[in-house]
Design a protein. Structure first.
Length: 324
């Protein structure tokens, strides 16, 4: 059983040749409740916001780097079995269990629960609803949305899960569909109701509120899953698939490829969890009986704080398999 709450956050530094092993370590840590991301040389300074750092060595040819300056700058060092050397000043941990124990002990009270991350994010959206709307309302992922709606018949019912200020719901309505918007931020819903008065909007959370089974022809969710901690993501995804009718269509638009983070700018304290790539989203859907039909990758530098960021979004589209 995963520990709770988890360390926020551990950055796993590794050589390029150790990427596969680092990802396996990342998955194992996450299963045990430790939030972790990976960073290879040349990927930039995206690990600067990590609370703790770990140097991973999994290739015997790089084992000698365990004591170099880069490794010594990390809080922890972990070597795969085939690379074990005598423990250094920080300790090349003898086994995974000792590493896990050390991480949990180090975290102490300096941890953040999944529910606290969700609450901070909801309150942030209430506070920045107007600012978010100004930046995003008239900008939608057009190609991704067209890919999602292309086979849907006119009049199809669509749940827009994590609808924000209603800009995607308005697109669906104008395209001849029957959308229902859902969001956990009342501040966002208040704006959505004014911007798209012909669309019904509901206050609910895809993590904690069960959605009606087999209720919609299609489900669209943009970025909402980025605010769901990894330990809650399988349940949230299952919630979305459950409310889809057999044969119905689902589209997930998710930012990918960054270490998880908490924004800290004024009233904005949103939490972001980023899947590694589109394939991880695809696997999650396939495990729930969804046949993935298309993947679209897009980029943007648009964000509400005007930061110099290049963000990658994966849109994964598929259909729920019909019962035999």
């Amino acid at each position: 059983m995963a520990t709770s709450p988890c360390v926020y956050q551990l950055m796993i530094h590794h050589a390029a040749s150790d990427a596969a092993g680092a990802r396996r370590l990342q998955r194992r840590l996450r299963e045990d409740g430790i939030r972790a991301a990976t960073l290879a040389p040349g990927e930039g300074g995206t690990g600067a916001s990590a609370r703790y750092s770990l140097r991973y060595t999994g290739d015997p040819s790089t084992a000698e780097t365990g004591g170099d300056a880069a490794a010594e700058a990390c809080d922890f060092i972990y070597q795969a079995r085939q690379c074990r050397t005598e423990p250094g000043s920080k300790g090349a941990h003898a086994n995974y269990a000792s590493l896990l124990q050390r991480l949990i002990a180090t975290a102490g009270d300096d941890t953040i629960s999944a529910s606290a991350l969700r609450r901070a994010t909801r309150l942030s959206y209430d506070a920045i609803a107007g600012q978010f709307t100004d930046i995003w309302f008239d900008t939608i992922p057009g190609e991704a949305l067209e890919l999602f709606v292309a086979p849907l018949p006119r009049g199809a019912s669509i749940l827009d899960a994590g609808c924000g200020p209603g800009h995607h719901a308005r697109f669906f309505k104008r395209a001849g569909f029957e959308p229902v918007g859902l969001d956990f931020s009342r501040g966002m819903l208040q704006i959505a109701g004014g911007k798209a008065p012909s669309v019904p909007f509901l206050h609910a959370d895809i993590v904690s509120d069960p959605l009606p089974p087999n209720a919609f022809d299609a489900v669209w969710s943009a970025v909402a899953l980025n605010h769901v901690p990894a330990e809650d993501a399988p349940g949230a995804l299952a919630n979305l698939v459950t409310c889809l009718r057999p044969g119905g269509r689902i589209g997930l638009n998710v930012q990918i490829g960054r270490p998880c983070e908490i924004v800290s700018r004024g009233e904005d304290r949103r939490f972001f969890e980023y899947p590694v790539d589109a394939q991880s989203i695809q696997r999650g859907l396939e495990d729930l009986g969804v046949h993935v039909e298309a993947v679209h990758i897009g980029t943007t530098n648009r964000n509400i704080h005007g930061l110099p960021l290049q963000m990658r979004f994966a849109t994964v589209v598929g259909s729920k398999r019909k019962c035999a």
